[in-house]
Design a protein around this ligand. Structure first.
Ligand code: GAR
Length: 189
């Protein structure tokens, strides 16, 4: 299945997906990486892996819809069949989400439905949560609310900072995103 990855920054989850897809038995081929931020470090990492990497700067568009039209057209131009959001920090309209229904995944750094939105690690620490983690889910119009494909839990340790906790969660993100994408693809075919 031809997969496009959407990023906004570092792209470490993107790299995990690209690495997984190098296995000939993996059911996805990563055909394009698109960032809404031209300065995203992940664009260079993708190019180093020989993957087409494009930026579509949302600031160059008058409306969310116009940006999403450009994004959609670029995905179609690369014959993308499934989209993996990997640190893509734009809220999407329901019109765009509908176009990719059951074919767009997102990874979120919390055990959803806990801690939707931003600053998840800080909020978990502030609450004194004993466990934290990450979730891969289908994208629906409501933010961070789509059907869950997979979750991974990590302990919150005494003395954790947002950074140390984020690092522990990120290692699990890199493990479960490739597994979740394969699972979602196998469900379609
Ligand atoms: C990841 O932790 C991902 O879960 C999070 O952004 C980070 C991106 O890192 N996504 C969200 O917060 C989405 N709301 P990466 O660019 O290294 O993959």
């Amino acid at each position: 299945m031809r997969v496009g990855i959407l990023i906004s920054g570092r792209g470490s989850n993107m790299t995990a997906l690209i690495k997984a897809a190098k296995d000939p038995d993996y059911p996805a081929e990563i055909v394009v990486v698109i960032s809404n931020r031209p300065d995203a470090a992940g664009l260079d990492s993708a190019r180093q892996e020989g993957i087409a990497a494009i930026s579509i700067d949302h600031k160059q568009f008058d409306s969310r819809e116009a940006f999403e039209d450009a994004l959609h057209n670029e995905l179609l131009a690369h014959k993308v069949e499934m989209v993996a959001c990997a640190g893509f920090m734009r809220i999407m309209t329901s019109g765009f989400v509908k176009k990719w229904q059951d074919r767009m995944l997102n990874i979120h750094p919390s055990l959803l439905p806990a801690y939707k939105g931003l600053h998840t690690h800080e909020r978990a620490l502030k609450d004194g949560a004993k466990t934290h983690g990450c979730t891969v889910h289908y994208v629906i119009a409501d933010l961070d609310a789509g059907p869950i494909i997979m979750q991974a839990e990590v302990p919150v340790l005494a003395g954790d900072t947002a950074d140390s906790l984020a690092k522990r969660v990120l290692a699990e993100e890199h493990r479960i995103y490739p597994l979740s994408l394969a699972k979602a693809i196998n469900k379609l075919s």
